[in-house]
Design a protein around this ligand. Structure first.
Ligand code: ADP
Ligand code: MG
Length: 423
């Protein structure tokens, strides 16, 4: 292998390295709930690769420099859209200018023209099939390279051997195909994760549906029975008694459905005043049918006075329901789920203690990581979502667990007195 090929392969390493970093960055974003890591961080990959490729290039003579910069340049423009596309054009030209030599003028023409073509194509890029994307990227790379070479030949009478040319083209083609596939893989991975996070609540809603319908059927059957009795020959007093019972049972069914529906219904995301005890009570009402079905008793002790915090009500409910549900699910045979609310020094504490299977230290450490689950039908997203909801409410979650004894989740949230709360 000649020196040029080796240098180009090192360039390829820079491209792979940056892609690797991108994948790690996204994993960290979700595992550690770093909201500051936004989608634009994807653009770090082409920028870093482009700079590294251009700093460590292959020199053929003092005027011409070869490297794999076309790859991050094309991929960045196509995936990142016009902003990143223009930024990459400027960046390439500045670095190339600083490197000196006549080749700058060739780059000035080729990268500017190709840059605009890429930015234009990027509008349609996301809609086409993967195989077409690979072909398109290969064609763009080929055109870019040939264009540079042709211009260099016409402008400066620059000659290169066929062998070198082939070397350059083949390495570019292989590198481009691999980089495109990897980028698509990483992108799809995170799109799927984001979709699943959105669908997490839906999963809980459908899980609870079975226990809810069970819980509704009982009062309905009872009400039906009493209504049937009304047509018998009975005294006025008994009739009144029966219809009272039937009405109470129907009210109970309505209540169960209402609590469930307020949780299940999607609502717009906005910050509001959250009455903590009220939300705990609502969430408990939603999971009571599930608890009953699993033979779990819920013991609830709430503070007498109302305490408020800032956040999204539905999200807070979702978080509580996730944690209650995990507690219930951790108890295979009967048990108690004790929920205690307390107040200390401007903070509200909610302890959720179960008598379930508990967790090992390793499991506690992994809690909240995307897809971490020990359940056959688990999603491993519930805790991740719960952690990020509490974080967005400026609170914290502490976990203490003893293997095969039980687990205690402690939520700590800032509390605002009713009067001093400014929405
Ligand atoms: P899922 O419930 O779908 O498995 P979660 O994110 O809600 O996903 O929980 C992740 C994992 O954390 C569970 O699979 C379980 O191993 C563990 N876990 C969470 N809560 C408890 C608990 N109260 N007791 C024991 N293990 C728990
Ligand atoms: Mg769960």
């Amino acid at each position: 292998m000649d020196l040029v090929t080796k240098d180009l392969l090192i360039n390829f390493l820079f491209i792979l390295l940056a892609l690797c970093l991108m994948q790690i960055l996204y994993m960290i974003k979700y595992a550690y709930r770093l909201e500051s890591v936004r989608d634009w961080t994807l653009s770090l990959f082409p920028i870093v690769s482009l700079i590294l490729c251009m700093i460590f290039p292959v020199y053929t003579n003092e005027n011409f420099i070869w490297d794999l910069r076309w790859i991050p340049f094309i991929l960045g423009g196509l995936y990142g859209g016009y902003k990143l596309g223009y930024l990459l054009i400027i960046l390439t030209l500045i670095i190339r200018f600083l490197q000196g030599g006549d080749g700058f003028y060739t780059s000035l023409v080729t990268f500017t023209i190709m840059g605009f073509v890429i930015v234009f194509v990027s509008k349609f890029y996301s809609k086409i099939l993967l195989k077409h994307k690979v072909v398109l990227n290969l064609v763009l790379t080929f055109i870019g390279l040939s264009f540079t070479l042709l211009l260099a030949k016409v402008q400066f009478n620059y000659e290169i051997s066929i062998a070198f040319w082939l070397n350059l083209v083949i390495i570019h083609m292989i590198a481009m195909s691999i980089a495109t596939l990897l980028w698509e893989g990483i992108k799809t991975n995170f799109q799927v994760l984001q979709k699943l996070i959105k669908a997490e609540k839906l999963q809980t809603v459908s899980h609870l549906a079975a226990s809810i319908s069970h819980e509704v059927r009982n009062p309905l059957t009872a009400a039906r029975g009493f209504i049937q009795l009304l047509s018998d020959d009975i005294s006025e007093e008994t009739r009144k008694q029966y219809s009272d019972i039937a009405l109470k049972e129907l009210d109970r069914a309505t209540e169960v459905i209402n609590d469930y529906l307020t949780f299940a219904k999607p609502t717009p995301d906005r910050e509001e005043k959250v009455n903590i005890s009220e939300e705990i009570q609502h969430a408990v009402n939603v999971v009571i049918p599930l608890a009953t079905m699993n033979g779990v008793e819920i013991k609830l002790s709430l503070l007498e006075h109302d305490h408020f915090t800032k956040g999204e009500r539905k999200k807070f409910q979702q978080c509580l329901i996730n944690i209650f549900k995990n507690g219930i699910e951790s108890m295979k045979t009967n048990g108690e789920l004790t929920i205690t609310q307390s107040y200390n020094d401007g903070m509200i504490k909610i302890d959720i203690q179960d008598e379930g299977v508990g967790m090992t230290q390793e499991q506690i450490d992994r809690l909240g990581e995307p897809y971490f689950t020990t359940k056959e039908k688990g999603t491993g997203l519930g805790m991740m979502v719960s952690f990020s909801i509490i974080k967005s409410m400026h609170g914290t979650i502490q976990v203490s667990s003893e293997y095969s004894r039980g687990t205690c989740f402690t939520l700590i949230l800032p509390s605002f007195q009713n009067e001093s709360f400014i929405a």
